[in-house]
Design a protein around this ligand. Sequence first.
Ligand SMILES: *[C@@H]1O[C@H](CO)[C@@H](O)[C@H](O)[C@H]1NC(C)=O
Ligand SMILES: *[C@@H]1O[C@H](CO)[C@@H](O)[C@H](O)[C@H]1NC(C)=O
Ligand SMILES: *[C@@H]1O[C@H](CO)[C@@H](O)[C@H](O)[C@H]1NC(C)=O
Ligand SMILES: *[C@@H]1O[C@H](CO)[C@@H](O)[C@H](O)[C@H]1NC(C)=O
Length: 324
Amino acid sequence: MALKMSFNGILVVLLLLVACAEIDSKGSFQTYNYEARELYRLNNLDKLNEINSVDFHWKGDPLRKRDYIQPKRYDPTWESLDARPLPAWYDQNKIGIFIHWGIYSVPGVASEWFWRQWQNGNNETTRFMESNFKPNTTYQEFAPQFTAEFYDPDQWAQLFKKSGARYIVLTSKHHEGYTLWPSRYSFSWNAQDVGPHRNVLGDLAKAIRNQTDLKFGLYHSLYEWFNPLWVHDTQNNLTTDEFVRFKTLPELYELVNTYEPEIVWSDGEWEAPDDYWQSKEFLAWLYNESPVRETVVTNDRWGHETLCTHGGYYTCADRYNPGL
Ligand SMILES: *[C@@H]1O[C@H](CO)[C@@H](O)[C@H](O)[C@H]1NC(C)=O
Ligand SMILES: *[C@@H]1O[C@H](CO)[C@@H](O)[C@H](O)[C@H]1NC(C)=O
Ligand SMILES: *[C@@H]1O[C@H](CO)[C@@H](O)[C@H](O)[C@H]1NC(C)=O
Ligand SMILES: *[C@@H]1O[C@H](CO)[C@@H](O)[C@H](O)[C@H]1NC(C)=O
C-alpha cells in the first residue's frame, strides 16, 4: 500500500511494509547502545528490577529469551550466510514505513525513477521538462531546490510513532546516487553540500532513537545509473570493479558504522552478479564484525541471482506478498 504525502510541496512516498508473523505484544528492544545495555543486564541478573528502572529503554520481560542472534561466525558463502536466523524483532514488529525522499521529489512527477525515464525518452517526463524548464536543463539543477526547509525530524518521529509502525526504512541513496547523509564518497552530491545543507539521514536517526522505540532501517542502492565509475565497469562488461571498490563498498561501510541501521535494505543489484558487488563479503562483515551484527536484518537484493533465493528476508518482486 502506498500513501503519498505532500510536505509543503515536497513529495514523500511512504510505502507501508508488512512483515507477517506471530504478534508478540511485549518486549521491544531499543537497540541504540544495545551492546552496553545487554552487557550490563547480563552482569546484573540479580538486580533485574533495578535494571528495568535504569535508562536503558528496556521495556520487556527481562527473563524473556534474548531476541538477537547469538554470536557465531559466518563465512562469505550463501550456505553460511543464509543459515543466519532472522533476528526475532523483525517478525514481532510487523509493520514499518518505507520512505523515498531525494532529488526526484523536486520535479515530483513519474516516480523516483524520473531521471532514468527522462533519459530514456519517456513521454511523460520529457513533456514535463519541455513545458517547464529551459532547454538543456540538467537533473543536477534540481538539487539546490531540494531545500527541505520544513523538514522536522522530531515531528516525523512523532507521526511515525502515532501511526503504529514499529520500524522505518529511509532511502539513504536511491539510483540517482544523491546521498541523504554527508558521505565522503559522494562529494558534492549529498544533502549536506547541496540542497537541505543538513544531515537529513543523521537527524532522522537521532529523532527516531531519542523519541521512539521504532527500529531505524536504511535502504541503499548498489548501483547508480549515471555514475562514471559504474558506466566504466559496465562498458568493460564488469571485468573491472572500480565502482564497487571506490564507491559502493566504502559507502556501505561508512553508512553502517556511522548510523548503525537495524535494516540494510539493499537494491539496484540486478545488473551484476553478487561476485561483482562483493555482497557475500560485505554480509559476512555485517553479521560478524559490524556494530549491528546481532540485530541487523537484511533483504535478498545482493546480485542478479539472489532475489527470492539468498540473503535475509525475501522481497522477491516489489509489493511481494509472502502469503502468510
Ligand atoms: C506515451 O507513449 C506511449 C507509447 O510510447 C503511449 O501509449 C502513451 O499514451 C503516451 N502517453 C502520453 C501521456 O502521451
Ligand atoms: C542545448 O545543447 C545543444 C547541444 O549541446 C546546443 O546545440 C544548444 O544550443 C543548447 N541549447 C540551449 C538553449 O542552450
Ligand atoms: C530528545 O527529545 C527531547 C524532547 O522529546 C528533547 O528535549 C531533547 O533535546 C532531545 N535530545 C536530543 C539529543 O535530540
Ligand atoms: C563486452 O561484450 C561485448 C559482447 O559480448 C563485446 O562485443 C565487447 O567487446 C566486450 N567489451 C569488453 C571491453 O570486453
